[in-house]
Design a binder for this molecule. Sequence first.
Ligand code: ATP
Ligand code: MG
Length: 405
Amino acid sequence: MEYSEIMVRYGELSTKGKNKKDFIKQLGHNVRKALSEFDGLEVRAQHDRLHVTLNGADSTAVMDRLKGEFGIENFSPSVKVDKDIDAIKATVLALAQADFKPGMTFKINTRRQDKSFEYDTYQLNDILGSHVLENVPGIQVKMKHPDLEIRVEARMNGVYISGQTIPGAGGLPVGTGGKAVMMLSGGIDSPVASYYGMRRGVKLDMVHFYSPPYTSEQALAKAKELTAKLAKYSGGIQFIQVPFAKIQETVKESVPEGYLMTIQRRMMLRLAVAVAHMRHAKGIFNGESLGQVASQTLESMEAINDVTTMPILRPLLSMDKTEIIKVAKNIDTYDLSILPYEDCCTIFTPPAPKTRPDLEKSRKYEKHLDVEGLMKEALDGITITEIRPGDNFLNQNEDVFAELL
Ligand code: ATP
Ligand code: MG
């Protein structure tokens, strides 16, 4: 079937009252950006629908992109025909024949925006339904949950016909929820947390701590490659790498082993907050899940959170690891996340970190550190990279996968 447009239905934003306009504008902007490589394509964001006129562009490739856009409830590839009953009948029949399987059920669902169109919705349902029944032997009408629902919309500029409704990514358009900093490691959890943050409309800047020479070039490349995967949902993402080795060495020299992890995390959080201030971001996202490991107990969160009043958002807080892994596989970050490159935290984590660190002790052990000086040095060493969807950083990809097998 040669489609002329993709009709996009909005998700939650249709209930957002006075913010609705901004939401629609943002979604239109995001969709235009996501589809910018397709020549001749037109995107019109109207109050009830968004229309992507294909003008010959490949509908499958366009729909693939739309699947990654937050704020879309579902969409339908549609064929536009003139307001001529014979043309409408022919297209409706072609849709029913194209998908026909023995025992198939269908229904016709019509809407009439152009009230001057000579047939009303009852007449259209009747004429089109009868036409299909007469010409497709064995097909049956079913009102509730038919196998095929053919939607027919008579609009001012023509009649739009579609036989498929494809689920969108849901959520809110990225950009409508402001901006935050995401603490992105190379693990399984933080990419999934990023996905959920973006899904609520938040534009994320990635902050990644790396520790050469203790961590490899590949560990850094892996975090960037994960960002490229996530950029699919939000357009370009700024990747901010912060050198962390000097802080880890210094902490290791002066802090008792049981508190190494807590103090390192306090430093990480302080740096993430400093980056957030620099970039006018209003919150910090991370991939913590309550009780998953030593640093993710309530006591530990209290001891680490102590360094800031900025909101810390933890989309995975109450999720089980198995659920998180499932999402990681769905969003295609899992295979990258399990590549065996050591993260900065793995290397300086003592064998037995305190699972219930004490807040006062954390503050006390930190007194020996030149917190300001260490932070300044790390922030001076920041590098920022703009990462686009599909960018590649791990060029030895194939070798590494081969080793894993
Ligand atoms: P992940 O799979 O996200 O690494 P994890 O279960 O391994 O999570 P931790 O290593 O304890 O958990 O990290 C908890 C959170 O701290 C991470 O989800 C991430 O948000 C942040 N974090 C850890 N390491 C780094 C890093 N090198 N750079 C940036 N953020 C980090
Ligand atoms: Mg980790």
